[in-house]
Design a protein around this ligand. Structure first.
Ligand code: CP
Length: 279
């Protein structure tokens, strides 16, 4: 722990719980669900935006974290465009730091709430066939999903063009496979997870937007390759007409809004542990 932090250690007068949300990147689902979760647990919350804080004046991540801690935060939730930023912060503050998505690295609470959602529809993760289609390369969600689902025995198939789903993605966890064929990915799948495609990320790539849609967009016809009771997931935000059809986003098989809703109880569980609250 940094010595200067020890000098600034706050002495709480009351038993109030304080949670700070340090969001260096835009978010709807993660930020709101963490905030609601903290409030349900009785904590006071504050949201720190880089453009409305001293970050804009050049304050470093560590100094911002130490400042928030000195103000009494007992948990810091951070979203940051740089991979590893939560880890850096956690080395300098003496309170739990929760990763709400860092760069292209991980989004662990999203994977937890997705596993929770799957288990509301399937008896077990063990042996489930999970197809993840879209931009695997840039996706922190994909990385966290692969680690968690593989650990619990799911068979994960990643699908996309080589620029967005490189062969090396198969090394993320044992048993993970990569395919370029969406029909092969979806065949017999219990869970179809679609990831956002950002048009700007296709700029300069061999595959263009029209070609991506033609080859990889998840459509009602393609979803028929999956099991009849397969569920369709998407961590959001959804770009209708890009990675999946708008019709499919609203289809009966879609559990997208259930994923969003599950963000609150799952993040309550994470915060309860971090704040040492017995629920
Ligand atoms: N799934 C997800 O992380 O969404 P937000 O960017 O809206 O938080």
């Amino acid at each position: 722990m940094a010595k200067r932090f020890q000098r600034a250690r706050p002495r709480p007068l009351f038993k109030e719980k304080r949670v700070a949300l340090l969001f260096y990147e835009a978010s709807t689902r993660t930020r709101i669900s963490f905030e609601f979760a903290a409030k349900v647990l009785g904590a006071t919350t504050t949201i720190v935006h880089p453009t409305a804080s001293s970050v804009e004046k050049g304050e470093s991540l560590v100094d911002t974290g130490l400042t928030i801690r000195a103000l009494g935060a007992q948990v810091i939730i951070i979203r940051h465009p740089s991979s590893g930023a939560p880890h850096v912060l956690a080395r300098h503050v003496d309170v739990p730091v929760i990763n709400a998505g860092d760069g292209m690295h991980e989004h662990p609470s999203q994977a937890l709430l997705d596993a929770f959602t799957i288990l509301q529809h399937k008896k077990t993760l063990h042996g489930l066939r999970v197809a993840i289609v879209g931009d695997i390369y840039h996706s922190r969600v994909a990385r966290s999903e692969v680690h968690l689902l593989s650990r619990f025995g799911a068979k994960v198939m990643l699908c996309g063009p080589p620029e967005l789903a490189p062969d090396s993605a198969a090394t993320l966890a044992p048993g993970v496979q990569v395919t370029r064929n969406v029909g092969e990915a979806l065949r017999g799948a219990d869970v179809v997870m679609v990831l956002r495609i950002q048009k700007e990320r296709l700029a300069g790539k061999q595959i263009g937007v029209e070609q991506y849609i033609a080859q990889y967009q998840v459509t009602p016809e393609r979803l028929k390759f999956a099991k009849s009771d397969a569920i369709l997931m998407h961590p959001g935000p959804i770009i209708r007409g890009m990675e999946l059809t708008g019709e499919l986003a609203d289809a009966q098989q879609s559990v997208v809004l259930q994923q969003v809703a599950n963000g609150v109880p799952v993040r309550m569980a994470i915060l309860a542990r971090a704040l040492e609250i017995r629920v």
